[in-house]
Design a protein around this ligand. Sequence first.
Ligand SMILES: Cc1cc2nc3c(=O)[nH]c(=O)nc-3n(C[C@H](O)[C@H](O)[C@H](O)COP(=O)(O)O)c2cc1C
Length: 351
Amino acid sequence: MKLKELRIGDLVARRPVIQGGMGVGVSLSSLAGAVAREGGIGVISAAQPGFMEPDFATDTMEANLRALKNYIREAKELSSGGIIGVNIMCAMNHYEDFVRCTVESGADIIISGAGLPADLPKYVEGSNVKIAPIVSPPKAAKVILKRWDTHYHRTADFIVIEGPKAGGHLGYSPEEVGYYDEVGYDEKIKEIIDIVREYEAKYSRKIPVIFGGGVFDRKDIDHYMELGCDGVQMATRFVTTYECDVAESFKQAYLAAKKEDVAIVKSPVGMPGRAIRNDFIKAREKEREHITKCYGCLKKCDINSIPYCITAALVRAAKGDVDNALLFCGENVWRLDRMMSVKELMEELCD
Ligand SMILES: Cc1cc2nc3c(=O)[nH]c(=O)nc-3n(C[C@H](O)[C@H](O)[C@H](O)COP(=O)(O)O)c2cc1C
């Protein structure tokens, strides 16, 4: 069966694959541009994009906004005007500034999770940027769509469901992850699709539903399309591509990971996260890290009680100091066995 294109309003992605945003420094312009060039949707992460700028430590926000703007421009150029999105986490400080920078820099899409983007419509008003919340359980879909409807008289341009097998921060407790491992997540996806249908009827327009979390191959994509989804969001598989922006040693850590190395860890964001249980995680299970600098990245973060600084741990990962860093990954990371190009991966998945 041929995969259908993904239409989000006036945007048309030839291949219905969104590359999930990955911070810090994992999905920047090289990866996002390559995915968009291959007819998918490339997503740049707005989590500390300025980490390589010379003034990152002294003027973090200035460095972040400058870098984000440049990455959007570069990704657009690399993909000759392909579809480029930005992932902005609600848990981040200066959320509104990142949104405004994204709109002004000419990105097409904003995808927003790690909390519910309650007031995102206000920040993009007057622009043509498409907006999508990331939701985990059906209740989150209900709450955010109702909020945008009652407060802003609009609905989502599309919606991303992040299932319990995803990488990075999770909207599920470790117990819920274990439970859905047993019973599967398909029933919840169907519930969310039903909720979305109500708003499609109300606004007389299509609201594409995208599923992400553990999607690995074409068989998985076909499965979610048959359930009623319009596309998939995939992240882990894109890390082991030549074009992925992260350090080579991070990619090699993915290739070396075994099933038993994947763990649910506590993140300073206050949500569980899925990561490789490396020496850094093992050490943090025993003692807190000595923190010397705060980058002001999160809205709710208490430097006196967190086990480690998430910005510092993710920046070390992005730069390749992998034994001393937080390596987020999806549940299926252990299935990766070789590097490939984004072109090869997109062809394998879609053609
Ligand atoms: C290394 C890594 C970093 C991630 N960073 C973010 C992030 O900054 N913001 C976010 O909303 N999701 C983040 N995610 C989640 C992905 O965007 C995606 O939705 C999810 O990982 C999909 O599951 P998969 O990795 O099994 O394909 C991250 C995932 C990984 C693997």
